[in-house]
Every structure is written in C-alpha cells, then in structure tokens.
Design a protein around this ligand. Structure first.
Ligand SMILES: [Ca+2]
Ligand SMILES: [Ca+2]
Ligand SMILES: [Ca+2]
Length: 430
C-alpha cells in the first residue's frame, strides 16, 4: 500500500516541476527574394492540461479482490506573457479517494521578464503507469494503474508595425525552432521522495526516439497574409503532438516485496526560439468595372411641340457596377433630316454641344418628313478612367401623336449645311 501512495505522489507533482526554458523572440533578416520585414511578438500563451486517473485494487492471499480505491487529478497550467510580465496560473482539482470531496486550488504567480523574451513550456504527457506488487504468502497484494492524458496548446500574437504604404503582407513565415525533451532525465525523482519513504529504486531505463535527448523542429510554418488584420497583427495557434516518446521502466524492491513500474510517457516540451517575418508584395490595384452604358436613355426622349427652340437633353440610366460616380458627356449629335431641311424654318445649327458634353437640341422637324431623330453619342467615365460609350435618341414627331422613323442618312446637328453621314445600319426609331 505504501508503494502505491509513493507512486501517486510522484504522479501528482510531476506537472508542477516544469522546467522553464527561454523562448526568445528573435528576428531574422529579410531574404533577397522578397521584401521581408520582421515581426514583433506581442504576447504568447500556452496551456498545458493533464489528467491522472488512478485505480488501486487490493487482493487477499487467495487472489480475491477485497477493496478498490480510485482518485483523480486534473491540472491546467496557463502561461501568459506579454510586455515584461509572465504569469503562470495553475488550476487543479483532485480527489484523494473514492467518495472523498473534490478539492481545488488556483494559484497565479507573475514574474518580470525582459521585454520580448518569452519563456514558456509546452508539455504533453500521455501514458499508463502500472504497478504490481508481489507480496509474500499471507500478505495482501495490490495492483495500481494510472492513466495519464494531456494536451498542450500554444497561441502567439505578433505584429508587423512597419508595413510600408502601398504594400501588404503576402505571407507570414514562422520558424518555431522547437526543442523536444529538454527535461532532465531524472525529473521523475524530485527530492528523492521514493528513496526517503520507500525501498531502493533501480536506475530508470529510458528508451527514447529523440537523439541526444533533443529534437529540434526546424520546420517553417507559412500563413497567408490575409490572416494579418488591419492593425498588422496575426494570431497563430497550434496544438502540440508528443514529438518525442520515451519509455521509462524501473523496479522497486526490498526484502519483503517487489514492485515493477512501467511508464510509457510521451512528453513534448515544445520550447525554443521563434523567428517571425512577413513577406511583402505590392497592394494589387483594386479591380474596377467600367460603367455600363447599355441602359442609357435620353431625358427627355421626345420633344413637342416643334417650336424651333432649343431644349436641354440629358443622358440617364448609365450605372457603374462598383457604385462609382460616373461622368457622362455627349460627344456628337446627329440627325436624320438635313439641318436646313425643307419644311422647316431653315434654322441652323440644330444642336449645341458644350465642351463639357452638355447637349441641347432644337425642337424642330420637317413638315414633310416622318419625324426627326436626333442621335446623341456619349461616353461615360468613372474615377478610375474606365469608360463606356453609347447612343441615345430623341424624337421630334411629325405630329403630336406620331412617332419617328429613323432614316438612313444622318447629319451633324451642330453644323449648318453639313454633309450627311452615311449610316450602314439604319435603326427603326420612335
Ligand atoms: Ca467603376
Ligand atoms: Ca434646322
Ligand atoms: Ca425621319
């Protein structure tokens, strides 16, 4: 029974003796291939969670189970660091025996550390701790099994305060440079508790897949620049896998009994130095859609009566898919009757066009014709300089209820006695 209690003690204090290793936020010079700026670590935090479930079963000399007991312990260690302070909060809950009340503790300790230096530990412990005792005849024996499970997560916030205007972060490179299994190999025996209270303990045998007890992960992690927010900050988080496995076995024994402990523990102390840098690229020019002239109309599109006076005509219905303001200017005004047409007062010109493209047309048509059609060519431009062109039509009908037939020959309305323009594709008008 005493052996089991000793083992419980070891299991319970193991998470509390975390080594504290430097996690420096060093900066790397930029590469020649792309413009690179260093990142500054704003804060870092790690959370290690572990749970220990222990079952102790007691047997009589006949091998019948006569009692069982269990307990558990959960522990969360949160290390948060920012600026010059690192705080470690340790929260634990446990129950010593089956049916006993659950106890809790919550302790926070803060230390001052040099700015931009980070010290944290990532630890994952998983495994099964088995202990059996072989007792002399007539003495009860016991077996104990403890299951350990754990996880570790890490969150890092970095910022890039010097992104030049006109540039943006294309991708963020993080080189974690983690080191695994930096824990001293004798960490399982703090303060020689076992030797104080128990029998001699054999030297533990470690079988590790980590060469020289160290594993360095030089992988380069890439994150898209889109993760960098408007304040130039990026938050990176990850969960740790046990990167190193070590099997530990040892034997405890004295004259009266023998106990074998097998612990297959997986520990990943993820610690080391970060380098964080951002690759830059020019801000892409915003995609711009040109204005859409397809739904343009003259306003008004019909003049009555044919008074011979000028009327303002505007072009409406031009839209910009981006919602940009659009500047519309009339560039040419033609008509399908001669400017000095028979059946009119032989006035000229029949339209006026300002330099800015504002149009006025004369409310006039030939009394011998089929209605006059003015064709106003225009262009529309958005602030990016993209444009569209189109035509709108104004009808001056022969009579109040009539419509216009657009004839093939068009004349420049802004000139007197202009020669007609040939029109290859006559339109049917109003
Ligand atoms: Ca536009
Ligand atoms: Ca005229
Ligand atoms: Ca006509």
């Amino acid at each position: 029974m005493q052996r089991a209690l000793c083992s419980k003690f070891v299991a319970r204090i193991a998470p509390a003796i975390l080594p504290v290793l430097a996690l420096g936020a060093s900066l790397m010079p930029g590469s020649a291939a792309a413009q690179v700026i260093p990142g500054r670590v704003v804060s870092a935090s790690s959370m290690n969670q572990s749970r220990y479930d222990f079952v102790l079963r007691t047997f009589d000399e006949s091998g019948n189970e006569v009692a069982s007991d269990d307990w558990f312990e959960e522990r969360t260690i949160l290390v948060e660091q920012g600026g010059t302070q690192r705080c470690t909060r340790t929260m634990a809950s446990w129950r010593e025996n089956a049916g006993a009340p659950v106890q809790t503790s919550d302790q926070t300790r803060c230390d001052l550390v040099p700015e931009n230096e980070f010290n944290t530990v990532m630890e994952v412990i998983t495994g099964t701790y088995r202990q059996t005792e072989e007792s002399p005849p007539g003495v009860v024996s016991s077996s104990a099994e403890e299951t350990r499970s754990g996880s570790a997560t890490f969150t890092l916030i970095a910022e890039f305060p010097t992104v030049p205007a006109g540039m943006r972060v294309s991708q963020v490179r993080v080189r974690p440079g983690f080191i695994g299994l930096t824990r001293p190999t004798d960490w399982m025996f703090p303060g020689s508790d076992l030797t104080q209270t128990g029998p001699p303990v054999s030297d533990p045998t470690y079988v590790s897949n980590c060469p020289n007890g160290l594993v360095t992960d030089n992988a380069e992690w890439l994150y898209p620049g889109s993760l960098v927010d408007a304040n130039g900050r990026i938050e990176i988080g990850f969960a740790a896998d046990p990167s190193c496995i070590q099997d530990v076995t040892w034997v405890e024994e004295d004259a009266s009994w023998r106990s074998t402990v097998e612990l297959n523990q997986r520990i990943a102390d993820l610690t080391g130095q970060f380098t964080i840098e951002a690759e830059l690229e020019p801000e892409p020019e915003a995609d711009n859609a040109p204005p859409d002239c397809s739904a343009a109309l003259a306003q008004p599109d019909r003049l009555w009566p044919p008074s011979g006076r000028f009327a303002k005509v505007a072009v409406t219905g031009v839209v910009d898919p981006d919602g940009d303001p659009v500047t519309v200017g009339v560039t040419e005004i033609r008509q399908d009757e001669p400017v000095l047409a028979r059946g009119t007062r032989r006035s000229c010109p029949d339209a006026k066009l300002s330099e800015a493209g504002a149009a006025r047309v004369r409310a006039e048509r030939s009394g011998r014709g089929n209605g006059r059609v003015y064709v106003l060519s225009f262009s529309a431009t958005d602030p990016s300089g993209d444009s569209c062109t189109g035509e709108v039509r104004v009808c001056v009908p022969h009579d109040a209820r009539g419509s216009c037939v657009e004839d093939a020959m068009l004349h420049d309305s802004t000139r007197c006695g202009s020669r007609p323009h040939p029109r290859p594709h006559p339109h049917r008008g109003k």
